[in-house]
Write a protein that binds this ligand. Sequence first.
Ligand code: HSE
Length: 435
Amino acid sequence: MDPNRPIGVGLLGLGVVGSGVALALQQRRNALSKAVGAPVQLVRALVRDPHKPRRPNLSHSVLTTDPTQVLEVPGIDIVVELIGGEQPAGEYVRRALVQGKHVVTANKDLISQQGSELLDLADEKRLGLRFEGAVGGGIPIIGSLTEDLLGNDISSIHAIINGTTNFILSSMADEGMDAKEALSRAQQLGYAEADPAKDVSGLDAAYKLSILASLAFHTKVDPGQVFRQGIDGLSARDFRYARELGYAIKLLAIAKAQRNGVEVRVHPALIPEGHILAKVGGVFNAVEVAGEPVGRAFFHGLGAGADPTTSAVLGDLVHVGRMLATGGRPLRRVPDDADFYVKAMSDVETRYYFRLNVPDRAGVLSQITRVLGDLDISIASIIQKDADAAAGTAEIVITTHPAREAAVQRSLALLDGLDVVKVVNNMIRLEELPV
Ligand code: HSE
């Protein structure tokens, strides 16, 4: 590029994050120019309604409703996609790359589903495609996995990567709220979307985990391959019993390297109260990466919102801008390992917590323990809670040693069929983490 002209930025979308980025390009102009080594200028921004009042107040020559005016004009070196969703964002990102423009995006839906193909296209065109804002908002986890930790063999990722559900679970744990009450408070405070289905069901976290796992293990994990269970089956009792046992309950995103494979799952999990992830409260996100030689590295911060995501986008912009200013080339992606497979959930081994409602009489426990023993599920602890003398019932809380998911699912069906079990109230996986 001409060294005498500023680095041109084209924005796709001027929503919450897009406006944050546009504002930062104005307010932080000097700092950004200094970091990049050349001025950085917002050339054009794609909007739906150019007449809508907005901050920053951009001139009408900058605003456009025509994507071609961003994707196919000279003078724009970096396209920043902040529309979200798979389409039309995916088509725009492809067009930008085909037109020889570097791309920065914060779009988790797009990167989780098409990231591998888009990175190949960027490589083919010798262009940068960066997406720090797609996972964990302001937490620099993508750059860490793709650059700083590349010298490691990563063995596992344990993450809290959905702020809405972490807020809900924190409210349930700390204030004894039920899930519905906690969700409506999250919505009142503007933390949860009007339609929080993707958050509550674990889908948002599964998208993000598929990105992290693909990068950490140099493979392609589709979001559909991530085992997923949401938070709606949790009750106040589970939090109470978990605490008594020394555990917190978090919606955990877990990825583990296996021999030639990877285990990827998102589900509520009991984790030791002394582990640092158990202290991550409210809307905060956190990621713990274990690898060799790094050991355990922990990242914590705000996982969503205009400011943290703007920070991630600016970091990517500065990265590409510095490369342009120095006449460098973007780094190629690390090639995927062949023959990597995603382990079936039925083959996963972990620990478990069961909560059962039973009649309070002799012989109940022996029948339950026989079912578990026959399936090679070894009991770690068993306690009887909340006996209701009038109803003649009690709750039994069991934790197990590591067992296979397939055996545990079978045991749940068998326990449900026992006369001495009124109902299996819950089963929650238990993740043993070093404290
Ligand atoms: N809805 C997400 C969350 C933020 O609650 O973390 C966007 O990724």
